[in-house]
Write a protein that binds this ligand. Sequence first.
Ligand SMILES: *Cc1c(COP(=O)(O)O)cnc(C)c1O
Length: 388
Amino acid sequence: MKVIPYGRQSISESDIDAVRQVLDSDFLTQGPAVPKFEEQVADYCRAKYGTATSSATAGLHLACLALGVTAGDVVWTSPITFVASANCAVYCGATVDFVDISLKSYNMCPNALEEKLIRAELAGKLPKAVIPVHLSGQSCDMERIHKLSERYGFSIIEDASHAIGARYLGEQVGCCRFSDITVFSFHPVKIITTGEGGLAVTNDEVLDYKMKLLRSHGITRDENRLEGHSEGPWYYQQLELGFNYRMTDMQAALGSSQFKRLDEFIATRHKIADNYDTTLENSAFILPHQHEFSYSSYHLYIIRLKIGSNIPSHREVFEFLRNNGIGVNLHYIPVYHHPYYERLGFDRGYCKNAEVYYSQAISIPMFPALNSIDQKTVIDCLLSIDNE
Ligand SMILES: *Cc1c(COP(=O)(O)O)cnc(C)c1O
């Protein structure tokens, strides 16, 4: 049976040529393609600096380290995200906690954040950093989160893994107007791909320096950064304990080539979304709400089964769609449901809205190469479900 996936990369002949050119060149890694890609993405976002990484997970880890997240600190994120948004803080020895989502945007709810901050201040345990996640490519309400950060003194890392090309209040996500660092992912299901890869943008020179240092073992060759004097032309020093979180030139060349089609990809995703919006309006599903401040990148199109008689159930609908060749998915299982986080002391039901969302959400096919025939198959299948 043919399966229509929920997401898929789009690779062109010129993407393949771009990678081939690197393979024929002198540098497979640490060559010119990486800084070129970093500059392209940073310029596009109107951010000053970009650091390409082996994955968004690595980028999030570097962002936490650059901001000084360490043992004894607390970091907050959304429960409805991929586990990496939380794990990056655990890698630094910090404790993670979760702020419930809004049932409109499915993003971290600013009201819930404010209430939690008030309680945390009374308890003397304010977060060092907050990691809002732009779920499905729709920006969080960053202006409000930023205001709260000024009042309560925490850093902000935007997990924009879904959101390259998205806009918030007319500016590109990644401009970092309301955050310290923004991290993108280039995993093949995301908006543009480098195979594996991520990129962290910032306007802060010191944060950029720290992320670049830690990306490559904590090693520098820069004479001005050395402790003491250079011992010769071969000389370098390890200043901090860093990692090998580098992106290769093959990946960066693919990224630069994909990047040329970014706006086109997003325009196509919007067309697909518009078609779902109109055809599924009177279906058994709640459609994704779009805030007026947001221009989504539509990484995902998430629908929620309305609470009717609840026949068929969420699970039955999910299985029905899969059995009919529609590769639906669920983004995401609340992070604190995972056994690892349960062992850290989180109970099921910890975030009320996240639980409601999890019991209803389904990601339906959304990718630029989804043709109108396949989209119609998806729509017809969804319209055949009646839960009145
Ligand atoms: C994909 C994803 C990540 C991790 O990205 P990688 O590049 O695979 O490491 C982190 N957060 C969110 C929200 C994601 O969707």
